[in-house]
Design a protein around this ligand. Structure first.
Ligand code: FAD
Length: 314
């Protein structure tokens, strides 16, 4: 079996769900080896199938922006010649991926939603042009570097050997060009991260500026809250929660759009959700063209009822 390097995102020593999904995807194409930066190795890596764990434990990876991590991962790619490198499709993951692909003189595929082996080659699937086309692609030169979107698969617990190997990298001065001077933790909302959440409940202009029903319904489901651009431009919800072409791209198991008309730019950020539900008082709203389930009604009435119903079933 060929080795597949998987870049693990593990804030505070805990592997994120998208990182565990990558281990599951890696098993489809080879033998997963996790790559961890920092002092602690999450136990979940072995529990989700990592055969090997390469640990780069040096303060330099916390002190500087992504360049040292990219340099270390590139060194590992050169040494191990893996079948592929999988990274989370986060801002940091994609930047590292681009640098690694450049150094390896290979190809980079971003925002893949599936990775398989077909006819002996590693083939990825991407959803492009606001979800209107599905593209199968493969890297034709060097080690494929692939950024995979969160929620592309469900992480499967399969015990791997989890052998930890400490590795070091002489990080160059050039990679220390941008130092982190301070960092501030995001205010904890208690809700999952928008791009990683299995369920996203969003609100648009139809909320009239009051997101309380949207948030209550989201909390009943353990979901993240999203918003349309009309809602964030009106100052009703922070920009970091905008879903769409110029916001975040989400691909949850369930997306619930409330008081959102379904403009093409909004669809671009949520169209690949597995199941889409909309609540809109206008039965002609374009969002109903793409939903699996639609409720024609006032969200101020529908959402509290739905929240109560979820509570009853818990
Ligand atoms: P509206 O289009 O005004 O729709 C509101 C909906 O709420 C209506 O369908 C109405 O029937 C319904 N409604 C009203 N009251 C209620 C109620 N009480 N109960 C139930 N339903 C109700 N938009 C994004 O979302 N994300 C982006 O990233 C984005 N990027 C853009 C980039 C560009 C370059 C441009 C030009 C536009 C972009 N937009 C984006 C804006 C986009 O075109 C739409 O204007 C926006 O998505 C509309 O938001 P909305 O659906 O909340 O509002």
């Amino acid at each position: 079996m060929t080795e597949v390097l998987v870049l693990i995102d593990a804030p505070e020593g805990k592997a994120t769900k998208p990182s565990l999904e990558l281990l599951t995807i890696a098993r489809r194409i080879g033998e997963p080896s996790a790559v961890v930066f920092g002092g602690s190795v999450p136990s979940t890596l072995a529990e989700y199938g990592a055969e090997k764990i390469y640990q780069f434990d040096d303060a330099v990876y916390d002190e500087f922006l992504v360049a040292p991590k990219a340099e270390a991962l590139s060194q590992l790619v050169a040494e191990k010649s893996p079948a592929a490198v999988l990274v989370p499709s986060s801002a940091e993951g994609k930047e590292i991926a681009a640098r690694v692909a450049l150094r390896a003189d290979s190809g980079l595929i971003t925002d893949a939603v599936d990775v398989q082996v077909a006819d002996g080659a590693i083939v990825t699937t991407q959803s492009v042009f606001a979800g209107n086309f599905t593209v199968d692609a493969k890297v034709t030169q060097g080690v494929p570097v692939i950024a995979v979107k969160p929620n592309s698969t469900a992480p499967e617990a399969v015990t791997g050997a989890g052998t930890v190997e400490a590795v070091t990298c002489e990080v160059s001065d050039a990679a220390k060009g941008a130092k982190i001077t301070s960092s501030k933790p995001k205010e904890a909302s208690g809700r999952p991260e928008l791009t990683e959440a299995a369920i996203v409940v969003s609100g648009g202009r139809g909320t009239g500026g009051d997101f309380s029903e949207v948030e209550a319904f989201a909390d009943s489901l353990g979901a993240a809250v999203g918003a349309s651009r009309a809602a964030v431009d009106s100052g009703w919800y922070p920009h970091s929660f905008q879903v769409g072409q110029t916001g975040k791209v989400v691909s949850p198991q369930l997306y619930v759009a409330n008081g959102i008309s379904g403009a093409i730019q909004h669809r671009a950020g949520m169209q690949t959700s597995k199941t889409i539900v909309a609540v809109n008082k206008d039965e002609e709203a374009p969002i109903f063209e793409l939903v699996d389930f639609g409720v024609v009604g006032d969200l101020k009435t529908v959402l509290p009822q739905a929240t109560d119903e979820v509570a009853k079933r818990k």
